[in-house]
Design a protein around this ligand. Structure first.
Ligand SMILES: Nc1nc2c(c(=O)[nH]1)N[C@H]1C(S)=C(S)[C@@H](COP(=O)(O)OP(=O)(O)OC[C@H]3O[C@@H](n4cnc5c(=O)[nH]c(N)nc54)[C@H](O)[C@@H]3O)O[C@H]1N2
Ligand SMILES: Nc1nc2c(c(=O)[nH]1)N[C@H]1C(S)=C(S)[C@@H](COP(=O)(O)OP(=O)(O)OC[C@H]3O[C@@H](n4cnc5c(=O)[nH]c(N)nc54)[C@H](O)[C@@H]3O)O[C@H]1N2
Ligand code: SF4
Ligand SMILES: [Mo]
Length: 770
């Protein structure tokens, strides 16, 4: 299992041994007292009681810091006693842990030895406190001064034949200030190779929404959810990944709205929610959130929505007022073509593909027919498929035909993942070229950015694998474990001359590296950035386009850390040796100067310094104004989308790779998935009991998973089978362990998002040594 990179014998996959699995029935509800208890247990263990309690009170408060976990928005009037959830508290505890590792630790432990630990164990080692270098031929990281680290990077960058031989990745936790400065430096350096975690995440949403509505973001504000008549939650598990969204769904219900969940799994939070912020939630039975659950087959949302549209169209023919004809005529193009195309499918075939019952479809149709304030919320269950873009466009069709766009309590709600992933895009983290953005850089900052499109995540993996890339730098994240096809990605990274990780905690991307590697330790969101003597603030944008300030309150774990903006400004200053139109050095110590630049260059940011105070302000959004002037004919586009083609063989299943309750992406906080009733183990497969019987598999039997694409067999070893309520033919397992199965060259059309939610696999009996 340990792969060789000629010099270092590091394990790419880490160990695959089992822990002590315990299983219970899935929880019928989310949060409640157990949620609070779990949050406190993590926080107290990592941070100590006093530090945890006082810090949590500053989270998501007007003058405090933005939760570093997901991008769910804060209410306009945050409650003073606490505006956080269990997983926000876990994210804070993980960042603010009192466990630390510095140069001394790495002197004792080689990267080869560390690579034999699990991702969970690596993260648990604590915060990285020193800048570190792994020199060519060495297996131990050792301390390096910041000056030497920057000089090493600058020398390597200067030695490249072309700036396109370097790649600059971004994960979504960086502030607007850090992300803007990073993007600016990369453009000044001369490339658009700016892949980001969005490429693996909501890129399909961005593409689909830009094409149909003219903006790659959602249209609803938090308050819209409260007054919606119907909210569809599709391909999303808010109880775990956006827990405070459940409070918004609860409010919608209290106001008379209905919630439809479209998901192969009946996720706990969507069934019943005990709001830990209310007495009823703590003591009572909680709120039934979902009125209707449609257990769709993996990747068959298009079939289901087509069936619903077909039925709505038939009703509209009879009654004339099911679709909003005035809206359709005034604001949209393509309705007639779509309605004609729907005739090409029979109800029976669509029903069979979707895997749900006609009765439940009729209930959905009834709800959608008689209501017009409709919101569709979604996340990775829609985006990470070959037809992710088309799937989202089909949901947009439903909203457009119902006239549920650009009006109060209606619209699109792609629920973003990382806390500032949307902000990072708004301030220029993108591999494609935005001509107007570049023009403004030219006018206001005095240099000309490159005009060639750069590499996204998938493009970067391939270019590195082909040996075309010499330098890979990452502002946060864990590229190796987040990207698809782990073994391929490892080979790709190991072909680089230099890899640089700006990080808070240890992960496998620090162990599987280029010939030379650097770890540059930085602050977390909750920490004071006061190296210049002043406690500086940054800004972030939430999932609904609102920009607000964020200011840390904790002391950083080491004096040696540098803030991300400071670190980028220092690097740029050393690289350009003071000979550039931009005064790089000054920017790192004066974030106000960076914000002034953002205000001039990024769309909709103006006087951010002032306006980001309190609850902040919204960026412009053409959909909210019903302005589709940038689209063909000035109209929102109703589109025709194809059904997916999977051609599964008799022994193949459709696998979705999902998150457990105790992880943040590749960061594993713990080994439990409480809501699904799984404890102390991650190497499991959720399987329908009838499928288990068909394959002669017993509960907890050990199996391997294998996928075959383009004649290449990829195998993930050692999983235990668990009977679970999941439609037949479908499987679920956790990421990142299953990323080894996702082929690097299979991704969503046009957005290039890896197909992490629909992988064709076989379940092979028996333990085979990995
Ligand atoms: N605590 C915590 N919070 C997080 C994260 C985390 O890891 N931990 N990650 C953050 C990030 S970056 C992101 S992007 C979000 C992710 O948030 P989610 O998208 O909620 O995360 P996943 O676990 O990938 O869940 C996908 C859901 O889609 C369903 N699904 C899978 N395939 C299909 C399909 O074909 N159709 C439909 N209708 N449903 C499907 C799955 O059953 C599952 O419920 O969460 C963010 N918040
Ligand atoms: N199979 C499969 N693969 C997937 C997915 C899936 O659902 N299935 N989901 C995809 C999605 S949606 C996403 S967004 C990607 C996530 O991809 P990434 O964003 O690359 O991964 P994370 O696990 O969020 O990154 C964790 C690391 O970030 C660093 N970090 C944490 N906080 C900070 C900070 O404040 N500053 C800095 N500089 N570093 C910090 C820590 O060192 C930590 O180890 O994974 C994708 N991969
Ligand atoms: S919902 Fe998301 S942003 Fe809000 S406190 Fe919870 S994890 Fe943090
Ligand atoms: Mo994400």
């Amino acid at each position: 299992m340990a792969e060789n990179n000629s010099k270092r014998n590091v394990s790419v996959r880490g160990p695959d041994a089992f822990s002590e699995l315990k299983v219970t029935e899935p929880k019928p509800y989310a949060a409640g007292r157990e949620g609070i208890a779990a949050a406190m247990k993590h926080s107290f263990k990592e941070m100590g009681i006093f530090r945890a309690m006082t810090t949590l009170l500053h989270m998501n408060q007007k003058e405090g810091f933005d939760c570093p976990s997901c991008a769910w928005p804060d209410p306009e009037k945050p409650s003073k006693i606490g505006e956080y959830c269990e997983n926000g508290a876990k994210a804070l505890a993980d960042e603010a842990t009192t466990a630390h590792i510095g140069a001394g630790f790495f002197g004792k432990h080689s990267v080869e030895e560390l690579s034999l630990r699990t991702d969970y164990e690596l993260n648990a080692l604590g915060r990285i406190t020193d800048p570190l270098v792994l020199r060519e031929g060495s297996v131990h990281y050792s301390q390096i001064s910041w000056k030497d680290a920057f000089a090493l990077i600058a020398d390597e960058l200067h030695s490249l034949k072309s700036p396109d031989e370097a790649i600059f990745y971004t994960s979504g936790r960086s502030s607007n200030e850090a992300a803007f400065l990073y993007g600016l430096f990369v453009r000044a350096f001369g490339t658009n190779n700016l892949p980001d975690c969005s490429n693996m995440c909501h890129e399909s949403s961005g593409v689909a929404l830009s094409e149909t509505l003219g903006i790659g973001k959602g249209s609803v504000k938090l308050e819209d959810l409260y007054g919606a008549e119907v909210i569809i939650v599709a391909g999303q598990n808010p109880g775990t990944n956006h827990p405070r969204m459940l409070s918004a769904l609860e409010k919608c219900k209290e106001n008379g709205g209905s919630v439809i969940s479209i998901n192969p799994l009946e996720e706990s939070g969507l069934v019943n929610f005990k709001n830990p912020q209310t007495l009823k939630g703590l003591l009572g039975s909680g709120e039934q959130i979902t009125d209707l659950h449609l257990a769709v087959n993996i990747n068959q949302d298009i079939s289901l929505i087509k069936l619903i549209l077909k039925k709505l169209a038939a009703l509209d023919k009879e009654e004339g007022n099911i679709f909003d004809h005035e809206f359709i005529d005034t604001y949209t193009a393509g309705a007639d073509a779509l309605l004609t195309d729907l005739n090409a499918y029979t109800e029976e075939e669509l029903l069979k593909l979707s895997g749900v019952s006609m009765e439940s479809v009729d209930t959905a149709v009834n709800l959608l027919a008689k209501n017009e304030k409709i919101i569709v919320c979604w996340a990775m269950g829609l985006t990470q498929h070959k037809n992710g873009v088309e799937t989202i466009r089909e949901y947009v069709n439903l909203l457009l035909l119902k006239g549920a766009i650009g009006k109060p309590f209606s619209g699109t709600c792609p629920v973003r993942g990382h806390s500032n992933v949307q902000g990072d895009r708004s301030v220029g983290i993108m591999h494609y070229v935005d001509k107007a953005f570049n023009e403004r850089i030219k006018t206001h900052l005095g240099f000309t950015p490159p005009e060639e499109q750069g590499l996204d995540v998938v493009g970067s993996m391939r270019a590195m694998h082909e040996g075309k890339i010499k330098v890979f730098m990452a502002l946060g994240g864990n590229f190796l474990m987040a990207a698809s096809d782990t073994d391929y990605t490892a080979e790709a990274i190991q072909r680089c001359q230099l890899t640089v990780q700006v990080s808070t905690k240890l992960n496998r991307s620090h162990l599987v590296t280029g010939k030379t590697a650097l770890i540059l330790p930085t602050y977390g969101r909750s920490e004071k950035e006061n190296n210049s003597g002043k406690n500086r603030f940054v800004t972030v944008e939430n999932s609904m386009g609102r920009v607000r300030r964020s200011q840390g309150v904790l002391k950083a774990p080491s004096e040696k850390l540098k803030s991300e903006p400071e670190l980028i400004s220092n690097l740029a200053d050393i690289y350009f040796e003071g000979k550039h139109a931009v005064d790089w050095k000054a920017l790192g110590s004066d974030y106000g100067m960076i914000r002034e630049m953002i205000d001039k260059v990024a769309r909709g940011f103006e006087n951010t310094e002032l306006r980001a105070k309190g609850v902040g302000y919204y960026l412009p959004n053409n959909v909210r104004e019903l302005d589709f002037s940038k689209l063909p004919g000035g109209k929102a586009q109703i589109t025709i989308n194809r059904l997916p083609e999977h051609n599964l063989l008799a022994d193949e299943y459709m696998l979705m790779t999902i998150r457990s309750h105790d992880q943040f992406n590749t960061t594993i906080y713990g080994l439990d998935d409480r809501y699904r009733g799984v404890y102390n183990e991650r190497r499991i497969i959720f399987m329908n009991p009838e499928d288990m019987e068909k394959d002669g598999l017993k509960k907890m039997e050990v199996v391997n998973l294998s996928s075959t694409y383009d004649s290449t067999i990829r195998t993930a070893y050692n999983f235990k089978v668990l009977p679970y309520k999941i439609p037949k033919g479908n499987l679920a397992a956790y990421f990142p362990e299953t990323n080894v199965l996702v082929p690097y060259n299979h991704f969503a059309d046009r957005s290039q998002t890896p197909i992490s939610k629909s992988i064709k696999v076989r379940v092979l009996k028996g333990k085979i040594a990995g």
